[in-house]
Unconditional design. Structure first.
Length: 325
């Protein structure tokens, strides 16, 4: 009787073990949600919606995009961090999350502890833009005007700690000029503010800026990439004008999972992302959104990259003196 009980127990334990293994192998067995911290229609949102179908086809399940906008990406991160660590909720993580944590250490999430980076998928510089009706035709023109009118001019951003805010603060700090920061609820509001004349200049992310520049509504004065952009070949990098590598600001995006989903889930999502990023249509879609496709060599490489980026942006925040309030 005791031996029979032992055998049944061993059989039950074995069945449980195989069930766990099969459950891991079955991932994903339903739709996967990507939480996007940016408004619909902006460059990052367009990028994810181009990427999603290819990722879904590779994984064999639909990809649902959920926009969760606010507080420079903090709301989306806190929301995703509370989700089950089962691989079915993915955050579109970025250096904006690292920046917000550096600005507000008391935030209820920690990007380095609450998430597992799977891979970086794309990177995008910003473009220094003004209205097409603006009198400024170069970054030097703008700097001269800022020096002539200290504190009287302003720049738009999608919120405190956003790419546009960091770009504007770094620009004014390195150029030794003053300007007032005007934050909006999202980056998609930046072009309208420039066209209305509410703001004088902005560092709009390339995916938002390039269509507006090519459409004749905005004028590009400089880019924050190390080299000129293929879409704007005549627009010079800001690095050479300001003679500083800190003017090189490429904002990147990646896939993060709430901690800790397990190695099998991370590996499957990484391999699916690798396949999706090779899709020619996806690469064209990224380019149209002003995003260059890149990928981490492995999830471990992605995690190391996030740690190094956290240090870098903390240094830039100290340089510029940006605060959360």
């Amino acid at each position: 009787m005791q031996r029979r009980t032992f055998c049944l127990g061993a059989f039950g334990a074995g069945m449980m073990f195989h069930s766990i293994v099969n459950a891991a192998q079955a991932y994903p067995s339903r739709a996967v949600r990507i939480v996007v911290p940016y408004a619909a229609g902006g460059g990052p949102d367009i990028m994810v919606r181009q990427f999603g179908p290819a990722l879904g086809a590779t994984m064999g399940q639909p990809i649902v995009v959920e926009n969760k906008v606010g507080a420079g990406g903090v709301l989306a991160a806190q929301y995703a961090a509370q989700a089950a660590a089962d691989g079915y909720t993915v955050l579109l993580g970025s250096n904006s999350h690292l920046i917000q944590k550096a600005l507000q250490p008391s935030l209820m999430f920690n990007p380095e502890k609450d998430f597992v980076p799977v891979t970086v998928i794309g990177t995008s510089p910003s473009v220094l833009v003004v209205s097409a009706n603006s009198p400024y035709r170069s970054a030097q023109d703008l700097i001269a005007a800022l020096r002539a009118h200290p504190g009287k001019m302003n720049y738009a951003s999608g919120g405190i700690g956003s790419a546009a805010h960091l770009g504007g603060a770094t620009f004014t700090t390195l150029a030794g000029v003053e300007a007032t920061h005007v934050p909006f609820k999202g980056s998609v509001e930046i072009p309208a503010s420039l066209l209305r004349g509410d703001t004088d200049f902005a560092f709009a992310i390339a995916g938002t800026a390039i269509p507006q520049v090519q459409g004749g509504r905005l004028r590009a004065l400089a880019v924050t990439s190390r080299d000129p952009l293929a879409e704007l070949p005549d627009v010079p990098p800001l690095r050479g004008m300001l003679n500083s590598d800190l003017a090189v600001q490429e904002f990147w995006f990646g896939l993060w999972l709430p901690a800790t989903p397990g190695a099998e889930v991370v590996d499957k999502l990484y391999r699916a992302a690798t396949a999706a990023l090779k899709d020619a249509a996806v690469r064209r879609g990224f380019e149209a959104a002003g995003v260059r496709v890149i990928q981490s060599d492995s999830p471990a490489s992605a995690a190391a990259f996030v740690r190094s980026e956290a240090r870098k942006w903390t240094e830039i925040i100290k340089l510029t003196g940006i605060t959360a309030g």
